[in-house]
Design a protein around this ligand. Sequence first.
Ligand SMILES: Cc1ncc(COP(=O)(O)O)c(C=O)c1O
Length: 491
Amino acid sequence: MWTLDGDGPLYQQVYRAARRAILSAELAPGTRVPSTRGLARDLGVSRNTVILAYDQLFSEGYLAAREGSGTFVASNLPDDLTESIRSDRGERRQADIFSPRLAAYGRRLVDLSDRQPLTWEARAAPLSFDFRYGRPNFFDFPHDTWCRVLARRARRASVKQLDYGPPAGRDELRSAIAEYLWRSRGVVCTPEQVVVVNGSQQALDLAARVLVDQGDRVVIEEPHYPGARLAFECAGAEVVAGELDGDGLRVDSLPADRPIRLVYVTPAHQFPSGVNMPVQRRLEVLAWAEKVDTIIFEDDYDSEFRYSGRPVEALQGLDRAGRVLYSGTFSKLMFPSLRLGYMVLPAALVAPVVAAKAVCDTGCSALDQVALADFMQEGHFDRHLRRSRTRNAKRREALLHALQRYLGDRVEVSGVNAGLHVLAWLQGFAARRLPALRRRAAEQGVGIYPVSPYYREPPKRAGLLLGFASLQEREIDEGIRRLASVLDGES
Ligand SMILES: Cc1ncc(COP(=O)(O)O)c(C=O)c1O
């Protein structure tokens, strides 16, 4: 007789035991099931318990009654369903039995994600001097103030806040973003052109969904941000590498034989080289976009952090034709797990992008949005930005100083005027030796990250992307000192 698994109410244990017997074909389709009285006696449970279990099996279609002759296992259970049961708890182990055919999009996702690094990387043990790019300093963030603002909104949650909200985002946040962008980045827009998204990565994905067809050409700067390449390649785009010079993307180098659907640029601080695109080049890019009838995706991911020279306003602010789709993020200014960013769209793109956002996730979390709007409107955001700008300037200074002090002319640094990382080229050190250097550095508690994954053709010389925001100045100094001594041991 069946054994009960001892898990939960008795009638459910009986139900599971009977179901297991049916699915493993111990009780074949069409056979009579044990009587409730007989089964209750055999299992040592009450008859009511068995009746309850059989009721459930009836309602799920495992059992059928034949008038006047009793209860039978339904005869129309498919064979493959009954054969597929292997585990002794009657659970189906789907991975063993079904391998779904992926759509072309799914196959590209699997292939391309294997090839390109994603932002998040688990570490077995944290390193004390980790120069990983991409995170702000979590200790700079005014947690107490944020908690107060968040808790106030959570306590007073209005019905509007609890209900589904507009997929384009909460009005108060869209207005706060439009005002902030005009004031700080020269972005010209109305709140209606702002769509609140789940970080810039979603902005890239939405743009790819709405604008790119399979086989379309998309230009991405080289070296490039892998998240952008992934989004466009997964959408089926043919991604073309755009050459850079000291002023950023060289539009004169782009192929003119076929139409270009979209151009992805990071003009304020090219990722990862750090080149800043001066205004003349920006105007050239806009004129070229007009000439070849293409659209520009401006990823303004960390331009709030500018340390020298005059800040150049966003490309979007110079655009008179509505060809620029602008995107920014709160990941570097607040914290990345907030998953909030924004797109500023040409009027004609608002409706399709909002519809795509609705299909993807019906909109971002309302509580976070309204709390962030308060945080901005009450001046906490600007205060935090000013403070972290000052602190990051000191960290950048500490990094440049340490590189100079410990590595001198063994290193050439670029991209130092803005952002939260610099690019350091190790002179006379071949890129193929970097994995060993990384391992040795990690043994000393130092995390370093090669720039090669951001290139299609990895450069021969060794380049490191050094993020400095998450470390304190003395940690930066000590980390570079240790790196220099590891390098000494390697040469
Ligand atoms: C150039 C660039 N664009 C976009 C992103 C995506 O940022 P998020 O999705 O966190 O807003 C990043 C993340 O580091 C980035 O470096």
